[in-house]
Unconditional design. Sequence first.
Length: 442
Amino acid sequence: MKVAHLTSAHPRHDIRIFVKECATLAAAGHEVSLIVADGLGEEIRNGVRFHDVGPKTGGRFARMTGTTSRVYQAALALRPDIVHFHDPELIPAAVRLKQAGIKVIYDVHEDIPRQILAKYWIPGAIRPLVSGSFETVEDWAAKRFDAVVTSTPHIRKRFAKLGGRVLDVCNFPILEELVRDTPWDSRKNEVCYIGGISRIRGIEPIVAALPDTATRLNLCGIWSENDLRAELEAQAGWARVNDLGVLDRKGVVQVLTQSKIGLVTLFPTPNYVDALPIKLFEYMAAGMPVIASDFPVWREIVDDAGCGVLVDPQDPQAIAAAINSLMADEERMRQLGEAGKQAVLQSTAGRQKAASWWNSTRNFPEGSHHGQSTTPPPRPAGPLEPHHPYPATAVFCHPVWLVHGAGADHAHAHAHTHRLCDWLECRGRALSVAGPADDAWR
């Protein structure tokens, strides 16, 4: 089967798109292409053929018009059985591809209407109008696509109301990559932040907190606001920042194994309060305590696991106090970090039991809608047992099954993911299922 993934905005080796979805589909025997717009040329990696439509030029408007047009033309030329696209700016192109007879999957990484309400480059007075208008268009288009895949149960619920096939595949890390027996004494007196760097992701209060601590910040990720870095360089706290830039997965793992505390202090915007940021689970899997924003969903996760401290993400003094309190008690940090790691390891059914279930569930029923089946698969009684996750292929073949009936393995992957997300909603403890999702820079 020919599957083409489309992105006009993400990097070509994005973790969710390339590693978890494209590469695992290729490993399952599908002919997979990934159309990108970065000017880095053609490439074949892990069985995936990259088609580069050239670099993005100009500003946002140019990308949303010229770049998306080139992506559309490249996809149309491939004539795939299925198009799986990842950027909302590609919605018009995806509608046209659907009209051309190609099956279309929309991969919703963010709750865009709520995200628009915090976009600094949109004048505040018109953000509600832009948000509402976009939601109307997105809803109209989603009803016409063959399936929608979302990154959280919260986003799935919104699209489920529209009808059609909807499934959430949450952004969880690969345990084999991060769970290590790192001696606590080998870690440095450093905290880390891994992900996209912007004002609403909390970088300003973090840097402002550093002068009141005796620690350094390992900062890894992409700056999304051109003037922000220059502003922060002028602050006293910048002297305590190790600005590491964009790292590959090996570099990310190195930072996670040398730091003592992970920071995930996103601001309380509508898009973030119900989000499940992968950095939170990567910190937990790596065995370090977390300092997280005090949001209700995150409080459930952190309190249930007993893995960290919650703070007002807009208060530098609260962040500094949390860092100092943890750094003053090495044994407490070690215990919180171990609790987080154990919560990850205990999140789902044991590998052997899961493998047995996988092999025995061969006739999953057709007709899955709204992220759930008309006849759910059997669920083991009692708490979920420790395990290491399935290979990424297990979960990320499911979008193909959703729109093409690709077989029992894909059907089971759908069932397994839905079961885990059900558990997530009930228990509030969000933990790993498969490979590392969206690239590390969230």
